[in-house]
Design a protein around this ligand. Structure first.
Ligand SMILES: CN1c2c(nc(N)[nH]c2=O)NC[C@@H]1CNc1ccc(C(=O)N[C@@H](CCC(=O)N[C@@H](CCC(=O)N[C@@H](CCC(=O)O)C(=O)O)C(=O)O)C(=O)O)cc1
Ligand code: HCS
Ligand code: ZN
Length: 763
């Protein structure tokens, strides 16, 4: 008798029409109260469990829902909200979540204790190699843990009342500690494990008593290069958790287990989930090493991409595993948080491309089909799946001879600027005659409600193209006028016409499709709609030149052209799985190179090529870094090298630590890099200083994530700190990142102070 069960590790929570975003933003604006927000959350959970049940999943997953972020929910679950927030019992858990997430704008405790709260939000960083950002737990010697499981248990009860069999998902204790930051340098987060484990055990006991059959405990760090003491800690931790008597499904994903494979298989848990997409080559070894009766859960459906699964190929992989083990669980490789909810409303997608795709809901159906096929029941859906896979494989729309020929013909040295940096720098200084400490911004200015409303009206046909364009031209004129008035040296057009820095280019490049509702959560209520890169990439026509030339025509000061780099376009799109990422990046690089050439030909002398996702694209295992960095940095240079020596190329990076890839950042050979540093109080720059970063650099002096307007003294202090490690002649003055999420009033005030600080430095 063979047993098959289906489940998901997590499900998107934002809602088909971003209902969670709407509910959150209404709550934050004061337009609704906690009861409405809670009701919206409950409705989404119920709907998503119903989808899982309707697709025949054996277990629904509880605990993956969060109003802001699942890591923040765990900070509350384990009672380790940082003491600096000064929460008291009067503050509701929701208010406290938003205080941690959004900093001092929260009216926590009625705003009475703001001074004691230490104000600023928890740091936010990338969840492994995804474009999802989590709130970083803060750990120190005084961190204490207490169980606050009321919300989680209430959600379990909700699901049970709806008649579902429940599996709870939790972030594992080692991964939770690993993801946190040490408030004190030298503090070892692992030393907290002893205090944390009893709280986990107590939680597992409670969940068992509540009738929860399985608890999925996520330990994705088992796919990382772990220090030996962290590896050792797994054995003791899971031995202790086993005492709870709970059935634990230990979940790993995003990366092969490699040297941790034996460890993962040995741990005293009831089951092990492995990533059958990124670690497909390890399935046989895991099957060998995972002793029966432990359950093997195979993440056979790609949770990080949107292509239909080749179900025949999947069955070929799964059937022998089922034969050997007698029991198998089937799942997506990781949580479905990273893909859009459903294809159902994507009526504008090209029908061919649409037939090749599976979003979260369709992936549930794939699991059901696999289960049916493997259990010998009829699976009529297999035929449709087969036809779609075949249609994609033979489609003439995927391959372009012209693109292939261009890639083939790429000359050696196509990734090199004409002259070395020193020569270029002299030419550019003579051309632009900028003052010392030149001031600039990163590209976007506030995406106001008016801008978004105009674009929404244009898209639904309520605003004619000409009127939309003239509205955007007026927004650009406004941004240019504001920058001139503030006294910035290098201006930008402000990106009013862009919905998103990647989607905007995806919409215009051949080889990309885009969705109407394919939202994926980026952080909190903020979402992105990653374009779908299905075919060879080419640029049909210039994409940014008219807007930039319009802006340049409004000012005698240089206006920076603003492009997104090839690696970031690749990284923030759903990309092809039928050719190496390196080749796709090269195709994008060539298309973007044409845009650089056209901007330059139109008289734009400074061009920024944003690469915020360069670091995020790094493979999770260090052994694979070199290969990635070689092709990724080459892709950037191919784009940039269309620039003549007197054209100044900027790049911009944010949302990551960069010190471990400094040589590769230098190898981009951008004339100027603007980089996020203010949140780390310029600590990042120590690495740049020690490394003697050769080109010009603009360390962010203003944290755009905070509504707080930095004063001139604070900015000057940061600049003086920067000038201690970077030669003053190479320093630029700019914010950390784009200003699209900010309002105009705070933006103008902050930039005015920034310009004043630069003037003080010059004096
Ligand atoms: C720099 N970042 C980015 C990342 N990834 C990207 N793909 N892009 C990025 O910029 N990763 C790292 C960071 C993450 N940071 C952010 C910051 C801000 C957002 C954000 O604001 N997202 C918006 C959606 C942006 C967008 O696509 N806008 C569209 C649609 C606007 C919209 O919602 N329209 C409404 C109607 C509005 C009206 O009528 O008034 C609708 O369609 O219903 C546009 O401008 O046209 C967000 O709101 O979440 C994301 C990541
Ligand atoms: N030019 C973009 C970069 C964001 S990382 C912006 O300013 O929004
Ligand atoms: Zn940025």
């Amino acid at each position: 008798m063979k047993t098959l069960q289906t489940h998901v590790l997590g499900f998107p929570r934002i809602g088909a029409r971003r209902e969670l975003k709407t509910a959150l933003e209404a709550f934050w604006s004061g337009a609704s109260g906690e009861a409405e927000l809670e009701a919206a959350g409950a409705a989404l959970r119920a709907r998503h469990w119903a989808l899982q049940a309707a697709a025949g999943l054996d277990l629904v997953t509880v605990g993956d829902f969060a109003f802001y972020d699942q890591v923040a929910s765990h900070i509350q679950l384990f009672g380790c909200e940082p003491a600096r927030f000064g929460f008291d019992d009067a503050a509701s858990p929701l208010t406290r979540t938003f205080a941690m997430a959004r900093g001092e704008r929260s009216d926590c405790c009625g705003g009475q204790h703001k001074d004691q709260h230490g104000g600023h939000a928890l740091d936010m960083t990338k969840w492994f190699d995804t474009n999802y950002h989590y709130l970083v737990p803060e750990f120190g010697p005084d961190t204490a843990f207490t169980l606050a499981a009321e919300r989680l248990q209430a959600e379990v009860a909700e699901a049970q009342a709806l008649g579902h069999r429940v599996k709870v998902s939790l972030i594992g204790p080692l991964t939770f500690l690993w993801l946190g930051s040490a408030r004190q340098s030298g503090f070892d987060r692992l030393s907290l494990l002893e205090k944390l484990l009893p709280v986990y055990t107590a939680l597992l006991i409670r969940l068992k008593a509540q009738g929860v059959e399985w608890v999925q405990v996520d330990e994705p760090i088992l796919g990382l290069d772990l220090p030996q003491e962290w590896r050792n800690a797994f054995e003791i931790a899971y031995w202790l958790l086993a005492q709870s008597g709970a059935s634990i499904m230990l979940a790993t994903y995003f990366s092969p287990l490699e040297e941790n494979l034996g460890l993962a298989c040995r741990l005293p848990v009831a089951g092990l989930h492995v990533d059958g997409v990124r670690a497909a080559h390890e399935l046989t070894s895991v099957c060998d090493w995972l002793a029966l009766p432990k359950v093997l859960s195979v993440g056979i459906v790609d949770g990080r991409n949107i292509w239909r699964t080749d179900l025949d190929a999947a069955i070929d992989v799964l059937a022998p595993l089922l034969e050997r083990r007698g029991e198998l669980w089937l799942a997506p490789s990781c949580s479905l948080l990273h893909v859009p909810l459903s294809l159902a409303d994507e009526s504008a997608l090209d029908p061919d491309v649409r037939s090749w795709l599976a979003f979260a809901t369709e992936k549930l159906d794939e699991l059901a089909t696999l289960k049916a096929a493997l259990s010998g029941a009829g699976a009529p859906q297999l035929a449709a799946s087969r036809a779609a896979i075949a249609s994609r494989a033979r489609s003439t729309r995927v391959h372009s001879d012209a693109v292939a020929a261009r890639v083939q013909a790429l000359p050696r040295g196509a990734d090199r600027r004409g002259a070395p940096f020193a020569t270029r720098q002299a030419l550019q200084r003579a051309r632009f005659r900028l003052p010392a400490y030149p001031t600039t911004t990163i590209g976007s200015f506030p995406q106001t409600a008016a801008i978004r409303a105009a674009r929404a009206a244009f898209r639904r046909g309520a605003l004619p193209l000409a009127q939309y364009q003239s509205a955007m031209r007026a927004e650009i004129a406004h941004a240019v006028a504001r920058q001139e008035a503030i006294g910035l040296d290098v201006l930008v057009h402000g990106e009013a016409e862009r919905n998103d820095m990647v989607e905007y280019f995806g919409e215009q490049l051949d080889g990309f499709a885009f969705t109407q509702h394919g939202w994926v959560q980026s952080y909190g209520s903020r979402c992105v709609k990653p374009p779908v890169l299905y075919g060879d990439v080419a640029r049909a026509r210039p994409m940014t030149v008219e807007w930039t030339v319009h802006a340049q025509g409004l000012s005698a000061r240089p206006v920076k052209g603003m492009l997104t780099g090839p690696v970031t376009i690749l990284q923030w799109s759903f990309v092809r799985d039928d050719q190496p990422r390196a080749l796709t990046a090269l195709q994008i690089a060539l298309a973007m190179r044409d845009e650089v050439a056209d901007l330059q030909a139109a008289g734009i002398g400074i061009i920024q090529i944003d690469e915020p996702a360069l670091r995020e694209g790094l493979p999770l295992r260090r052994a694979r870094w070199d290969d990635y960095l070689t092709w990724a940095t080459r892709a950037f240079r191919i784009t940039a090298s269309a620039a003549q020596d007197a054209t100044q190329i900027h790049t911009h990076m944010c949302y990551a630590e960069f010190n471990d890839i400094l040589p590769q950042i230098a190898a981009l050979d951008a004339d100027v890099i603007t980089i996020e540093t203010s949140r780390s109080d310029m600590a990042l720059l120590d690495g740049f200083g020690e490394y003697r970063y050769p080109n010009e650099i603009g360390p962010g002096v203003y944290d755009i994530h905070s509504p707080k307007v930095p004063d001139t003294d604070a900015i000057e202090r940061l600049l003086r700190k920067a000038a201690q490690v970077i030669p003053a002649a190479n320093l630029w003055v700019n914010p950390d990142c784009g200003l699209k999420t900010r309002g105009w009033a705070e933006t103008e005030a902050a930039l005015t102070n920034m310009v004043a600080a630069a003037k003080r430095m010059r004096a």
